[in-house]
Ligand binder design. Structure first.
Ligand SMILES: [Zn+2]
Ligand SMILES: [Zn+2]
Length: 242
């Protein structure tokens, strides 16, 4: 199983490699298309516009680096497509001779990092100012985190898939829109200063929130998924007891 140090190494390796992968910059046609979709309340990217080639390159690189195995492009592509479809592809990894838990992390991070780069191309050229939905304006996925901006503490949601950030109303569940304060509980934990979680009693959803007014720096969201896991366990217990 991959520990925290190895996870960071893999993350840094992939971040370094994505910088060397070219993605076509947005031309006017693409820019208009994205802007039009957003104006129609649709996410800028469709599922079939996922940056497959970049993700495949990363998977090949990271597996060569960590496992000393050279995957043919076609095989890496199949792995990525199957992963996108199923989220976990243990039999495939067993066949290749890679520990399934590790394999899932390689492909998971590769896909995330490729999509994050693509999302940056989008947010560089379109405005998200009028977007007020709870789904990601770029890829349509759900938020994984929220953060409160420095200064006025306005709330931003952070996409779980592409890490795009967008403004969202300060009060209200980001999953079911519940706005009744009695149904929304704020939970904090001493071990996580600067973090809180809004728990919704209506849909049982919860959203971890980083308060950038008190944290020294913006969290690395990939690492935050791992580092705030104890908070998730605490929240799951909390949920069971209510
Ligand atoms: Zn997204
Ligand atoms: Zn809710």
């Amino acid at each position: 199983m991959i520990n925290k140090k190895e996870f960071t190494e893999i993350l840094e390796f992939l971040e370094e490699h994505i910088a060397q992968i070219d993605m076509v910059p947005a031309d006017d046609v693409l820019q208009n298309l994205w802007q039009t979709r957003l104006a129609n309340d649709e996410s800028a990217l469709r599922e079939n516009e996922f940056p497959l080639n970049a993700a495949v390159c990363l998977v090949i690189e990271v597996i060569s680096d960590r496992e000393k195995k050279i995957l043919p492009t076609i095989q890496a592509e199949q792995l990525v497509l199957r992963y996108l479809d199923q989220q976990s592809i243990h039999p495939d990894w067993q066949q290749i001779g890679i520990l399934p838990e590790n394999g899932d992390i390689y492909v998971h991070l590769s896909c995330r990092i490729a999509l994050e780069k693509m999302a940056k191309l989008v947010t560089d050229v379109v405005s998200l100012a009028s977007w007020d939905n709870k789904e990601c304006p770029v890829c349509g996925d759900s938020p994984a985190f929220a953060c409160l901006e420095k200064g006025q503490g306005k709330r931003l949601l952070v996409c779980g898939a592409c890490l795009t950030q967008w403004r969202y109303k300060r009060i209200g569940c980001a999953f079911c829109n519940e706005e009744n304060p009695e149904k929304l509980k704020i939970v904090t934990a001493e071990e996580f200063p600067g973090w809180s979680a809004t728990v919704c009693l209506t849909c049982k959803g919860y959203l971890k929130t980083a308060d950038l007014r008190t944290l020294t720096s913006t969290p690395n969201w990939y690492k935050a998924v791992m580092e705030t896991l104890p908070l998730d366990y605490a929240l799951t217990l909390h949920e069971k007891s209510t």
